[in-house]
Design a protein. Sequence first.
Lengths: 469, 195
Amino acid sequence: MGKAKTIIEKIWEKHVVSREEGKPDLLYIDQHLVHEVTSPQAFEGLRLAGRKVRRPDLTYATMDHNVPTRNRDEVKDQIAKRQMETLRDNTQEFGIKLADIFHPDQGIVHVIGPQLGLTQPGKTIVCGDSHTSTHGAFGALAFGIGTSEVEHVLATQTIWQERPKTLNVHVQGNLSPGVTAKDLILAIIAKFGVRFGTGYVMEYTGDAIHKLSMEGRMTICNMSIEGGARAGLISPDEKTVEFLRGREYVPKGEAFDKKAEEWLALATDEGATYDHTVVINAEEVEPQVSWGTNPSMCVPISGSTPSLDEVEHRDDVKRALEYMGLEENQSITSIEIDHVFIGSCTNSRLSDLQKAASIIEGKTVKDGVKAIVVPGSFGVKLEAEKLGIDQIFKAAGFEWRESGCSMCLGMNDDIVPPGGRCASTSNRNFEGRQGNGARTHLVSPEMAAAAATHGHFVDVRKFSAGVLN
Amino acid sequence: MEAFKKHDGFAFPLNRTNVDTDQIIPKQFLKRIERTGFGAYLFYNWRFDNEGKKRADFDLNKKQFDGSSILLAGENFGCGSSREHAPWSLLDYGFKVIIAPSFADIFHNNALKNGLLLIQMEEKQMLEWMKQAEDGTFKLSVDLENQTITDEEGTVVGFSIPAYHKEKLLNGWDDIALTLQLKKKIEDYENARLV
Ligand code: SF4
């Protein structure tokens, strides 16, 4: 047997098309996902140079960022409309499959990839979108690229990449009851910062990780980019295989079993080494709430905003508190919210909605709080409706919307107004992300649901234990 | 892509860390399907208030920084979203060089593809330059060939850059054209996978 290897090295080596001293490697791309916002200039570039799409069969497009979530027939924003029409025209011209706004497979690109089985272990997957890291949950090497790179992949099905360093994010012990994958990844970023992963591909290891559902793993890998890493992945196991069995784009019957064997063999070998390792103890993790303007500005629900005398980058913290309209040393449970957003590629899958619904069932959204649920895909929406989850949300006073990115970035009209404060299950609390002047607090779906009923943050563990109602 | 060889210009200091691409260009301007014209929206929410009027308290709006073309920034510049609209807006506004202690990965690639030179520089030197640049009269001369930055007093500071990146910038090469010269290798790879 040869040297013990990480899954990252195994996938990388299988995809090198060309390697030369002093240059990045030229990597083959197995799956290219495309959406309306980062692709128009790439297609235009191809047209101007008279180039074709090399492998339309390995390319798949959808519309998610711009789409209205209330009334699909009515795209009021003319510029957004033109962007969607441009994607329609481009995919037609270049022969690419498109899950259009009314298509049953439409959804957030990082939700539909796994749902359709386009996402598979061992694949290299790119998309003009930084949260492409989500697909790493399946043991794929998946990362976000810019528009020039989108054009490059369209034209050549390859990409130039520096060989990354490997980072083992090892989670020791187990998560406590009431603590979710979202809390874990927020705690990891709070502990190690927003750039500890820069230049690395992360692999998440440890029992706690493998005990997570595939949905939970996607939530973790999704936010790798928030820790600076373009890609984060998890070695495939039986759960990975079972999730994919029977999905539209995976092989069927015996061919599937053969594939599954290959997938499982990709897992990191025992004794393989990483360039760097960080360790976190899962037992220490509590439900998290972000208080600031980047995802590392995050504390446990029992905590408070920082004290200015104790922080390193005082000016940055001060500016963040000002933007957020918070005081130093303010307890998290005292923060009142007026918006709740359950959605985004981090937390809009069926199990996310189920968990939020279990908290909200039989209760009502606090007066003055506007709460919306935006399923990650049309498929998720239908499944949820079959299970009656929409009814639970609606009865509690949530709006039940069509699928898309929605209030995660507010490119359509789902915007938090200036000064508004939102408990959000999304991944970025940047200034202006959910709307100019909007204040975002990142939380799990359960914590968002609990905040909706109280109008401020509460510890969801007390909530489900019946201490709070 | 335009080749980058040398650039002389005035520096603008933006002493903030983790400036993300949502700040560099907010989402409402990503709906356009063109590659040009994004400069007007650079740092939009910092430059303009809710009514679209220029904010007097944001330094870049101050007269002394009109025409500045070298951006001095804090660590992890360009983190967050992969939007290439970020380097497009910086270039369109007139910035040619960004100097910072560190850059986010995707932004770094995107900048390179567009001929925007990113220079990594230690924090101590950055803070010194930021101070000097406060009044808008701090001029730097950036020479990619020799990998040097020279101030008006003639003080020279070297910087490092991977040879491969340097060559591409100096020549303004089109990546796709280069890769297509390797078409045979791509075909061989695809064929080998089919068996
Ligand atoms: S849901 Fe948010 S983070 Fe995810 S792809 Fe859409 S805009 Fe990006």
